[in-house]
Design a protein around this ligand. Structure first.
Ligand SMILES: Cc1cc2nc3c(=O)[nH]c(=O)nc-3n(C[C@H](O)[C@H](O)[C@H](O)COP(=O)(O)OP(=O)(O)OC[C@H]3O[C@@H](n4cnc5c(N)ncnc54)[C@H](O)[C@@H]3O)c2cc1C
Length: 310
């Protein structure tokens, strides 16, 4: 979301933009995939708007038929924000946002190096991209890895700030059922104890058709403790804990392990900049806030500062 937002904003102002994403699909942690006949959002589950600029973007997307309200409040005490879902899943929204942009998917950036007044960006494919300015929006620890080789040439605050950012891991178990599940209306439940943080029925949410399709997110402490455990064992624990909301065994399941799920660090600027050794910005949800809206605002801020001449 950070990269797409910045790319769209700068391209609209006449910039020539290329986005490189190592993912095969669109959207990073706004991720959707199929398991059996079910469709699953397995990263971000919904988004909310607290900032007027994100609220305006959501209204535009709603008019285009890309997003729709899922629910408001319902158990999220003290938070009366409308929760939005994307038609066809989160990744489909990212795909819409990528329309008209030069997005190279399955293009992992292996290294970046300053060259003259700009940057050379080396993809694992061997392709080298030349850029006047560079915006990095991977999760902050991955950005730190990319910059490790040129750390001493950046403005001094950049690497310490990146190194201070901590992300929680998260297991996402996707379970396809052969009938309706038992997740209550409007299609999510937050168990109060046990290893599970959240269960959503993608069928009730409108992302999947037919039988229940459950996204089961483990709590951060469970995901951390069992991060290197055998997948079958982790899945068995989560399926057993989810049984009261399943109504029958899973016909198929898939376990995804998010190493970088949500940043837990707060109070950072909306993005980082370094003029040295060449124009560089760093954005993402670690800066704007640990949600889709935060990534949007961070990308918007990075684009704004580039557009204003840094
Ligand atoms: C399990 C889970 C549940 C969540 N639930 C919610 C929720 O309900 N509501 C909400 O608002 N938010 C939620 N979030 C958070 C939300 O998904 C993120 O805040 C937001 O999507 C982050 O966007 P981003 O652009 O900062 O980063 P990302 O979406 O992580 O994008 C970074 C991109 O960088 C790419 N990349 C990384 N390294 C390289 C490289 N070397 N070369 C090329 N490309 C690279 C990745 O492929 C990725 O596409 C959830 C996240 C997770 C994981």
């Amino acid at each position: 979301m950070a990269g797409l937002t910045a790319g769209r904003t700068l391209q609209a102002r006449g910039w020539e933009v290329t986005l490189l994403d190592k993912g095969r699909g669109f959207g990073g942690r706004m991720a959707t995939r199929s398991v059996g006949s079910g469709q699953f959002d397995y990263g971000a589950q919904f988004f909310t708007a607290r900032d007027v600029r994100f609220g305006e973007a959501i209204r535009r997307w709603e008019s285009a038929g890309w997003v729709a309200p899922w629910f408001t409040q319902d158990g999220f005490e003290h938070e009366a924000h409308t929760r939005y879902r994307a038609e066809g899943g989160m990744s489909a929204l990212a795909g819409h946002l990528a329309e008209g942009l030069d997005v190279r998917r399955a293009s992992r950036v292996g290294s970046v190096e300053p060259s003259g007044a700009g940057w050379n960006v080396m993809a694992d494919s061997g392709e080298v991209f030349r850029a006047g300015v560079l915006l990095l929006t991977p999760p902050a620890p991955q950005t730190a890895e990319l910059l490790a080789g040129i750390a001493t040439r950046l403005q001094p605050d950049v690497i310490p700030v990146l190194n201070s950012i901590v992300f929680d891991p998260c297991y996402a178990l996707l379970a396809a059922l052969d009938g309706p599940g038992k997740v209550p209306f409007p299609g999510y439940i937050r168990p109060t104890s046990g290893p599970i943080e959240w269960i959503a029925d993608n069928s009730a949410k409108g992302v999947s058709r037919g039988n229940a399709a459950l996204t089961i997110h483990a709590r951060a402490d469970f995901s951390d403790r069992y991060f290197d455990s055998p997948r079958d064992e982790v899945a068995a624990v989560l399926l057993e804990a989810a049984a009261p909301w399943m109504g029958g065994p899973a016909t198929e399941w898939h376990l995804h392990r998010w190493k970088y799920s949500k940043p837990t660090t707060g109070d950072l600027p909306l993005c980082l900049f370094s003029r040295e050794p060449a124009p560089l910005a760093i954005a993402g949800d670690a800066f704007g806030g640990s949600r889709v809206e935060g990534a949007f605002l961070s990308g918007l801020a990075a684009a704004g500062i580039f557009a204003e001449g840094f």
